[in-house]
Design a protein around this ligand. Structure first.
Ligand SMILES: [Zn+2]
Length: 270
């Protein structure tokens, strides 16, 4: 999502910001959109990055827009899946060569949030509450973080204060690649298992970013230019209950942990 929009929004100057009149559940935007429109007018977007499942747009005066897409949110430049679910618009100043007049936040279920933080506030308020970004962790840091909890490793991977940026789908894939059973206590993993886990996190998350997210069954997770993501073609266990494990032919199993589905191979993952 971030890669898709970056080349089209970095360097663009903002003209306005508004909530679209969609008549659906009002999504959480702060501060109040009219005030926000005054703050951001004339500022240029200097960077776009992802931080732990959020999209962060940094502006020229140092403030940050932090967009949390949650289940069904998307950052789009064009072709929304539906116009009814467009929630928020950042309108750019006219630009001679760009085909995109606006950046949109589209959200079918309306669980996403858009917050603007003044210079330095995001760093202070948000980053200190979240664990380190999963992609920035090495085996040593994994050992330190996992030692803090005896909860099942799958549940620990989803705890954003322990490690930020791993979603439910990816947690199953990561544990499968690591050959670790999802119910194992997080603090009981061996050095070797943690090394495999650290490598699997990089592989799975890099791959996910490369393919810009997965298209789940309802097709609402698409990339910024609204093409279907392709990561789902490489799921090894996620949503494959009863299908054959790609390496041993045993049937993939599904269990529920902390109200979330987990998929795994009982033969490969110990
Ligand atoms: Zn297997």
């Amino acid at each position: 999502m971030v890669r898709g929009i970056r080349p089209h929004v970095v360097g663009r100057t903002l003209a306005s910001f508004r909530r679209s009149k969609c008549g659906l559940k009002v999504i959480d935007v702060s501060p109040e959109p009219k005030r926000l429109a005054r703050i951001i007018r004339g500022q240029t977007i200097t960077s776009v990055r992802r931080f732990a499942k959020r999209v962060v747009l940094t502006l020229s005066e140092g403030g940050d827009f932090v967009i949390e897409p949650r289940m069904t949110g998307l950052m789009l430049l064009s072709d929304p899946p539906t116009t009814a679910h467009l929630r928020v618009e950042w309108r750019f100043m006219k630009h001679a060569t760009s085909a995109y007049p606006s950046l949109w936040f589209w959200d079918r279920r309306g669980l996403g949030t858009v917050h603007y933080y003044g210079p330095g506030q995001f760093e202070e308020l948000v980053c200190t509450r979240l664990g380190p970004d999963a992609l920035a962790m090495n085996a040593e840091l994994w050992t330190e973080r996992l030692a803090r909890t005896a909860r099942p490793v799958k549940v620990a991977l989803l705890d954003q204060t322990l490690v930020a940026g791993i979603g439910n789908l990816y947690a199953s894939e990561i544990l499968y690649l690591s050959r670790i059973h999802p119910a194992r206590p997080a603090n009981a993993l061996s050095r070797r298992e943690i090394a495999r886990l650290a490598a699997a996190v990089q592989e799975v998350l890099d791959d996910a970013i490369l393919h810009e997210g997965s298209t789940l069954a309802d097709g609402t997770y698409r990339n910024a230019l609204a093409q279907n993501g392709r990561y789902q073609n490489s799921h090894r266990v996620y949503a494959r209950t009863g299908m054959k494990c790609p390496s041993c032919d045993a049937a993939i199993e599904r269990i529920v942990q902390a109200q979330r589905s987990t998929f795994f191979c009982g033969r490969c993952q110990r």
